[in-house]
Design a protein around this ligand. Sequence first.
Ligand SMILES: NC(=O)c1ccc[n+]([C@@H]2O[C@H](COP(=O)([O-])OP(=O)(O)OC[C@H]3O[C@@H](n4cnc5c(N)ncnc54)[C@H](O)[C@@H]3O)[C@@H](O)[C@H]2O)c1
Length: 439
Amino acid sequence: MKVAVFGLGYVGSVTAACLAANGHDVWGVDVDTAKVDPITAGRSPVVEPGLDELMANGVAAGRLHATTDPHLALERADVSLICVGTPSTPSGSTDLTFIRRAVQDIAAAAKDVAPPDSGFHSIVIRSTVPPGTVDDVVGPALAGQPSGGFTFGTAMCPEFLREGSGLADFFAPPFVVVGTGDPRVGEALTELFGFLPTPVQVVAVRTAEALKYACNAFHATKVSFANEMGRIFRFYGVDSRQVMEIFCQDTSLNISPYYLRPGFAFGGSCLPKDLRSVLHLARTNDTDLPLLAGTLATNELIVRDVVDRVLAGPGREVALLGLSFKTATDDLRESPSVELAERLIGKGYNLRIYDSIVNPSRLVGANKRHVESKLPHLQRVLTGDPVAALRGADMALVSTTDAEAVDALLGCPPPRTIDLSGRLGAQVEALAGYEGVGW
Ligand SMILES: NC(=O)c1ccc[n+]([C@@H]2O[C@H](COP(=O)([O-])OP(=O)(O)OC[C@H]3O[C@@H](n4cnc5c(N)ncnc54)[C@H](O)[C@@H]3O)[C@@H](O)[C@H]2O)c1
């Protein structure tokens, strides 16, 4: 394929050289001659192990070119990969000026040069951009521009390489994700990246845009989490390196997909209690742990947001399906659903609560005391029949995933369903009035 790469910094240089190494005809474009000239001379414009050699080979083989002229790159090109910078503005927002300009450069050049035989050209953002950029920035930048014989399709294909190991990362990415609503772009990129060991996943544009932010936010969170462990435990003579080394051996809960699904707040008898305990240790030592403190703040916001969403809608009859902090247990201690119920009852809502396991007459000890303090009238509002809970309800708040509750929702769907688990299945999600808590 003929590929134009716009922006020859770290991402663009690695991308251009690696694609050329795999037989593609690659034309790198940069507005800065300090990036273009070294490539033309067979050298890398950025310091990256192995890149000089790869560039020299690509240039010598006639498969890698660099230019400041988009026309040369666009002539008969199948794909443009936009790898320009997306720096922060002083407010923290993403400056998309370079993205806009690159798209305009592509459109302006396309009207003057011959299109590829297919006439179809994929414009693909490789830079990191906020969700909505392809739809709201790239689309409008192209609209109304004359495009010669080119028909454009657009996509987001985030890059996951790290500087310093850019080549190895490029050839062994964790995933190759193409966000597009245009099957022709999906096909073109599946062909372009066909040499990689990872299959191309074609997803919604905004999923691909958000994915890169999710990855970087998580990586940053991991670093700060480990550092906060060090900040607190060093006061107790603990070698936090050893703690974290053993911590990482747990690949079922710690380093795993577990606890990484968006949904409702965490709760139960351990997580809130033990977090509070760590935060207390921190206070005792005049130490701030803002990341860990933030998890409690986020947890509170998740409950508050659901209450606000209920308050914003019509009706006062609420079916709460699922009460314990997780399905298949009757432990109600610090269950966020109990908290939700308490707040809604306090605001004058009529609740009917379904839980297949919780039986107030069988609760004992701390579990019983917790319920008595939070929901003294539980016996009156609790039912073991989800259909009874849903009868006459204006809305359902659903944290359970048990089959009876799902069947009841499908059999007598309420006007509004707020799904707190994300595991109710496609049929429930297709109901009118369905809302996901975070999707
Ligand atoms: N650096 C990384 O490790 C890395 C990894 C993954 C993703 N990213 C993302 O990739 C994007 C690029 O990052 P980078 O580090 O390669 O940036 P960079 O600043 O090193 O390079 C950007 C290049 O784009 C050029 N440019 C600007 N406008 C142009 C235009 N209209 N036409 C052609 N060239 C133009 C600039 O002259 C510059 O050489 C960013 O969005 C970044 O967040 C970076």
